[in-house]
Design a protein around this ligand. Structure first.
Ligand code: DCP
Ligand code: MG
Length: 389
């Protein structure tokens, strides 16, 4: 990538909680916590009031939240509502900006390179989101995905911050390296043991010694990240490249025959969508998430592009048979990719990136057991090993 880029990162504020408040405005101003009720439930979202009052945050055990803040309003997650709200938001982004990378349900990167006023564009987008959906978001504008993501945090909630790399280097010099998405507590601790406790320290560190300590990929990656350099391109959302349908069950399903029938239904649904768009694909994939959250995706390519329900479910059933789940299944999905012509960028079917991906299994709408840094652009520029993501 050459030349200066302008990238925005947009992240919805307290997303699930805000969607809940939209339909229950009488709760505004109260601490609101969205979480399940089971013994292992975690907080998915805490409203800013709950964060301020008691430091409640995503991924905290729900039991801890209830102990700290028994009088808060506790709401069970309603993923359909969050998906619907996400769809509205992402449609607005796509209507305003050509290159949009959706990450999960509540984040996106936008390429604003060459626009006359990136800030004015993003102000317009945020206003439109607020007017159309009643939800607020925060936006960071900078030179890369990495910096845009860090910058969007600075103005939360409802902020719009522009921060270019030169300023960022100064501003964050004495911050912990943990500020960088992808540098988790374990890496931070290792860095500290090397005497590298700030970004400035890390910036001055010799790349060879980082390499010796962290390995041939992670060492140079850390060195580059410390300079706040990142040239990862935007990955335009997958929905134009593939279509998928998936279903999370109310209770986990074990019976192979029942799973087969569900695949029939999902395949028929998918075929209908493809037919409506006159799309035929060659790669059929299934996604299986087990009750312990392990997620498996398997794909198979057929010789002739198809959008026929029978043809799809035959492949899907084969894939399931060959990869028979060893535990109860909580989610099943079917996906079609490798179309015979490029699909239209499709704001009607914004299966969020990462949801139902053929080759990835996170970025989900449902709470993750452990909340790692999200939206870092995935594989792009990040080493796969050595970091506690
Ligand atoms: N989420 C989740 N489990 C987590 C983290 C997040 O289910 N461990 C869900 C709920 C959040 C949504 O993803 O509402 C977006 O995550 P963010 O990290 O962007 O958090 P919020 O949007 O809630 O708050 P913020 O205003 O800090 O962005
Ligand atoms: Mg958010």
């Amino acid at each position: 990538m050459t030349g200066e880029r302008t990238i925005a990162h947009l992240d919805m504020d307290a997303f699930y909680a805000s969607v809940e408040l939209r339909r229950r405005p009488e709760l505004r101003g109260k601490p609101v916590i969205v979480c399940g009720s089971g013994p292992r439930a975690v907080v998915t979202t805490a409203s800013y009031e709950a964060r301020r009052l008691a430091g409640i945050h995503s991924a905290m055990p729900a039991a801890t939240a209830r102990r700290r803040l028994p009088d808060a309003v506790y709401i069970k997650p309603d993923f359909d509502a969050y998906r619907e709200a996400s769809r509205e938001v992402m449609a607005i982004l796509r209507a305003n900006v050509e290159v949009v990378e959706v990450v999960g349900l509540d984040e996106a990167y936008l390429d604003l390179t060459g626009l006359y006023s990136p800030k004015a564009t993003m102000r317009r987008v945020s206003t439109q989101i607020l007017e159309t959906t009643g939800l607020t978001c925060s936006v960071g504008i900078s030179d890369s995905k990495l910096l845009a993501k860090i910058t969007s945090e600075l103005g939360k909630p409802a902020g719009l911050v522009v921060l270019r790399r030169a300023e960022a280097l100064e501003r964050f010099a004495s911050e912990s390296p943990g500020l960088i998405p992808g540098i988790g507590p374990k890496t931070r601790a290792r860095l500290e043991r090397q005497g590298l406790s700030t970004l400035a320290d890390l910036r001055r560190a010799d790349v060879k010694s980082l390499q010796a300590t962290f390995g041939p990929r992670t060492g140079p990656w850390l060195h580059r990240r410390a300079q706040l350099l990142d040239d990862a391109p935007l990955t335009v959302s997958r929905e134009s490249k593939s279509h998928s349908v998936e279903r999370t069950f109310d209770t986990d399903v074990r019976d192979p025959q029942r799973l087969g029938e569900i695949l029939d239904t999902l395949s028929a649904d998918l075929a209908g969508r493809l037919q409506k768009r006159d799309l035929r694909g060659k790669t059929v994939a299934i996604k299986v998430r087990l009750d312990d959250w392990t997620t498996l995706t398997r794909a198979r390519t057929v010789p002739v592009p198809t959008n026929d329900a029978m043809a799809i479910t035959t492949v899907a059933r084969d894939l399931l048979r060959e990869n028979a789940p060893q535990r109860p299944v909580r989610l099943l999905g079917v996906r079609m990719a490798s179309f015979d012509r490029p699909g239209p960028a499709d704001a009607e079917n914004p299966t969020p990136a990462g949801e139902g991906g053929v080759d990835e299994g996170d970025g989900e709408a449902e709470p993750q057991p452990s909340a790692g840094p999200t939206g870092d652009g995935g594989a792009g520029s990040r080493p796969q090993l050595g970091l506690d993501l």
